[in-house]
Design a protein around this ligand. Structure first.
Ligand code: NDP
Length: 445
């Protein structure tokens, strides 16, 4: 396999999908060497079968807003690969959603899920509907209309969606209610459910906590800990909130959080009380991050900017893809940042990753460091199958073990001759090998 050629072919066959091409390029260039040690893979054209999704559903979602207007949005589900388990991956509701973004996310999800050691294939879905500025009733009607179509393609042993940007506990509840109504069946068809109806303890916390557990493992390799470190976090949603919570628990100082309009910088640190304020602001009041400085006037709000120009020891991007470009990465390194662990999916551009790796700082790609979310989703599926609920300590302990294990696998497959751990290569090779072996065993399907 020649990574460059495969990529060129995919670019020709699927034009106008830059995020998908970006994700594929990152994986292909890092697994090329390992792949070519196995001529049997190429004989089965494994690489094309792994890059192109198994199937893609696209549908129109029609709903009525509060003023009685009929609205239409697009709905999607990409079922990328189910070689090692039922399709599994989140739903994203955001105005920027398109096929390219969902294809990149489904592709990444396949490797991430493989890394968790749990039996889950890769998928992703969503809509260009954004819950921002919509009433509860509008969000409910949209979720119901979306599920009216999606229900035909999912099931507890077929495809198990979860949350992502714009899809939190509220949306999962509405989606689950409609699935149940349509199928006349109470099953573990979605994860991220409420505790009262089959959800798992620690699922809301899992992506953020897992991100920081992974960071801890990376720091350990250099004899360091989170305690006393200054941390930049982007985003103010689910992943950012629980990343911040775990950093605080471990004695770090959180200096920034953000949303798509700008960021806040608190020189005194965002402590527990201030984080509680942000959680209420975002989760209940559905407000904007600038409101923080009205509550805590010693902090500043910077409109239209990302937090990467601020001085710190650690950066944890937890908002969205391509939020750290090459210039921002240079700025982070110049300002003394020694570790970057991604809570978001693909937040660093290829240029930014190059900067981090050339500077030999600790850098974890999302598919390794944010795998805690889908891991606890996998544990939620197990609990649903058992019809049992585990305690928080048990789930958190398993999450911790999974993150340590992913880290160990990255070190195993990603350590370079000079001892530097290339976590991108480690995660991609480890994730790829398991899926590849399963596909080989299952023949040409
Ligand atoms: P939320 O919707 O809870 O929060 C998203 C946050 O990111 C918000 O603060 C949002 O601001 C901001 N944001 C969204 N889009 C943009 C944008 N285009 N530019 C700048 N800021 C933006 O989502 P999550 O916290 O669940 O997801 C965040 C990231 O983590 C995503 O990349 C997701 O794929 C990834 N992830 C999530 C997992 C999970 O379990 N939820 C699991 C693994 C990865 P605003 O309010 O202005 O939109």
């Amino acid at each position: 396999m020649e990574a460059k050629k495969v990529l060129e072919d995919l670019q020709r066959r699927f034009p106008g999908e830059p995020e998908y091409h970006q994700a594929v390029e990152e994986v292909l260039t890092t697994i090329e060497e390992e792949y070519n040690k196995h001529p049997e893979f190429d004989k089965m054209n494994l690489i094309e079968r792994l890059c192109i999704p198994d199937r893609i559903y696209q549908f129109r979602v029609t709903w009525v807003d509060d003023s009685g207007n009929v609205q239409t949005n697009m709905g999607y589900r990409i079922q990328h690969n189910n070689a090692i388990g039922p399709y599994k991956g989140g739903l994203r509701f955001h105005k920027s959603v398109n096929l390219s973004i969902l294809k990149f996310l489904a592709f990444e999800q396949t490797f991430k899920n493989s890394l968790t050691t749990l039996p889950m294939g890769g998928a992703k879905g969503g809509s260009d509907f954004s819950p921002r500025g919509k009433s509860n009733a509008e969000v409910m009607r949209f979720c119901q209309a979306f599920m009216l179509e999606l229900t035909k393609h999912i099931g507890p042993d077929v495809d198990v969606p979860a949350g992502d940007i714009g899809v939190g506990g509220r949306e999962v509840g509405f989606l689950f209610g409609m699935y149940k109504k349509l199928t006349h069946e109470f099953s573990g068809v979605l994860t991220g459910k409420g505790l009262e109806y089959g959800g798992s303890l620690i699922r809301p916390e899992a992506t953020g906590y897992g991100n920081v557990y992974f960071l801890q493992e990376m720091l350990k390799t250099r004899g360091e800990t989170v305690k006393g470190k200054k941390v930049l976090i982007s985003g103010a949603g689910n992943v950012a909130q629980y990343t911040a919570e775990k950093v605080l628990q471990l004695g770090g100082t959180v200096l920034t959080m953000s949303d798509s309009d700008g960021y806040i910088y608190d020189p005194d640190g965002i402590d527990r009380e201030k984080l509680d304020y942000i959680m209420d602001l975002k989760n209940i009041l559905r407000g904007r991050i600038y409101e923080y400085v009205e509550q805590y006037p010693t902090a500043k709000y910077v409109a239209g900017q990302k937090p990467w120009g601020e001085k710190a020891d650690i950066a944890l991007p937890c908002a969205t893809q391509n939020e750290i470009d090459e210039d921002a990465a240079k700025q982070l390194v110049a300002n003394g940042v020694r570790a970057v662990s991604e809570g978001a999916n693909m937040p660093s551009t290829p240029g930014a990753i190059r900067v981090f790796q050339e500077a030999k700082i600790l850098y974890a790609p999302g598919k390794a460091s944010n795998a805690g979310g889908v891991s606890v989703s996998g544990l939620e599926m197990t609990q649903n199958s058992e019809r049992l609920g585990w305690g928080a300590e048990e789930v958190d302990g398993k999450l911790h073990w999974i993150m340590e294990n992913i880290h160990a696998n990255c070190v195993k497959y990603g350590t370079e001759a000079d001892g530097y751990v290339n976590y991108v290569k480690g995660a991609n090779v480890a994730g790829f090998m398991k899926v590849a072996k399963a596909m080989m065993a299952q023949g040409i399907v």
